[in-house]
Design a protein around this ligand. Structure first.
Ligand code: G3P
Length: 216
């Protein structure tokens, strides 16, 4: 399973890359706002850091506007993928961009039917938001399991399932068990994936004992 970084901060992409956790990058307007950086500049910077996809979100609400944005963003770097909310206009735009051979990721996916339509529109990826389903007392992981199972029935579907709105290490483990193609993880959760209190105490003890053998 690929691990993407959910951030709009290039330094965080670099840090994730250093431990093999930057197969891709996902952004959204909220993350761009938090970064305090200019959209195009930050996307281009991150696209230069990695070979994998960097998802940049379109904000127009009509088909032609999304297509215009998508065509423009696709010129920023060869690995930019146009992220589009899965509305009617979004699906129409994804269909047009697919014909133009521009890669898209349909986002804010919350149901199996949306996932099916995204595949039919030729989306390269979908981003189902599991944390936000958990927030309203639905089971986000059930959605992932259903989509993966549905897509597996149709080998011609090449749309990748990128699990998003990941809040805990368990979301990552369960995504791997479900057979998701990728999971996009915020830097804070990447840190949690790596750390274990027994590793920390074990390292401390080994170093203390080493000092007893070889006093400084
Ligand atoms: O990848 C989508 C993510 O940025 C949204 O996460 O935690 O705001 O639901 P969250």
């Amino acid at each position: 399973m690929k691990i993407f970084v959910d951030t709009a901060v290039p330094e965080e992409v670099q840090a994730a890359k250093a431990i093999g956790c930057a197969d891709g990058v996902t952004t959204n307007p909220t993350l761009i706002l938090k970064s305090g950086r200019e959209f195009k500049t930050v996307i281009r910077e991150m696209a230069a850091l990695i070979e994998g996809p960097v998802l940049a979100e379109a904000v127009s609400e009509d088909r032609d506007g999304i297509v215009r944005e998508g065509v423009e963003m696709a010129k920023w770097a060869p690995n930019v993928v146009v992220k589009i909310p899965i509305t009617r206009a979004g699906l129409e735009a994804a269909t047009v961009l697919h014909r133009e051979e521009i890669r898209t990721a349909l986002t804010l996916v919350f149901s199996p039917t949306q996932a099916l339509l995204a595949a039919r529109a030729g989306a390269s990826m979908i981003c189902p938001f599991i944390g936000r389903l958990d927030d309203i007392a639905q089971n986000g992981m059930d959605l992932i399991r259903t989509i993966v199972e549905m897509y597996a029935n149709y080998p011609e579907i090449t749309t990748e399932v990128v699990v998003a709105s990941v809040r805990t290490p368990n979301h990552v483990v369960e995504s791997a068990l479900a057979g998701a193609d990728a999971v996009t993880v915020p830097p804070k959760v990447i840190e949690q994936l790596m750390r274990h209190p027994l590793t920390d105490s074990g390292v401390r003890q080994f170093l203390d004992d080493w000092k007893k053998i070889r006093p400084a």
